[in-house]
Design a protein around this ligand. Structure first.
Ligand code: ADP
Ligand code: MG
Length: 206
């Protein structure tokens, strides 16, 4: 399946999500990460260390076929309307990461409005960088989003410094020496499972 990670806002965890979702899906089948962000953040991440899947840019991706496997696409912030239309029409599922703060939620609302006017793949919102317990910020934003009826992943990704260490080391978070590395990885394996569980629904809706 092809999963595309998009948002209008930068710094909401798109690249971190693309890397770790690809790592989680790799556990189930050959996975390719396509870095469609001209900044090449995922490629830079990969170049610094070891990841269990291939990362290529969008030009290289044309030459590679993964008929049985999964593809995750990382994108740039502020996609043009044309890019967004193309990205949204050519995948099976859109993942919309947002941090639980007002500016990110405003950008999310804009994205949802844009998608409403397009013939798009199904999407789900992913709460990222959620302040861990005992903060209530994540739960409050989740409750608020739930009242809107918008589709939301059950798992939220907690905010842990281990993710920054992983970016620096060029690895997935599970390879980082940090007391929260395992908890961070658990969040993304749960996301991988939700994405895979969404597959049959997605195929029915096509
Ligand atoms: N769950 C997380 N916990 C802590 N820091 C995070 C988390 N996810 C991302 N970050 C950090 O936030 C910053 C932006 O993340 P990034 O994935 O590059 O976002 P985007 O691709 O949307 O710009 C980076 O410094 C990254 O290490
Ligand atoms: Mg990025």
């Amino acid at each position: 399946m092809i999963v595309t990670v998009v948002s209008f806002k930068g710094g909401v965890g798109k690249t971190t999500t693309a890397i770790h979702l690809a790592a989680a899906l790799q556990g189930y089948g050959e996975t390719l990460l396509i870095d469609a962000d001209p900044n090449g953040s995922a490629l830079t991440w990969a170049s610094r260390g070891e990841l269990p899947f291939r990362v290529v840019d969008q030009w290289q991706a044309r030459a590679i076929s993964t008929p049985q496997g999964h593809v995750v696409i990382d994108t740039q912030a502020r996609p043009t309307t044309d890019d967004l239309a193309l990205l949204a029409a050519t995948c099976d599922l859109l993942v919309l990461p947002t941090t639980p703060d007002m500016l990110a939620l405003d950008a999310l609302a804009l994205m949802v409005q844009h998608l409403a006017g397009l013939p798009v793949a199904p999407y789900r919102i992913l709460l990222t960088m959620v302040p861990p317990y005992p903060s209530r910020a994540g739960a409050e934003v989740r409750a608020m989003l739930t009242t809107t009826g918008l589709p939301l992943f059950e798992v939220g990704i907690r905010r842990y410094a281990a993710f920054q260490k992983a970016a620096l080391a060029g690895t997935a978070v599970y390879d980082v020496k940090d007391p929260k590395a395992e908890a961070g990885w658990q969040d993304y394996t749960a996301l991988g499972n939700e994405v895979l569980a969404a597959m049959p629904e997605i195929e029915e809706s096509h």
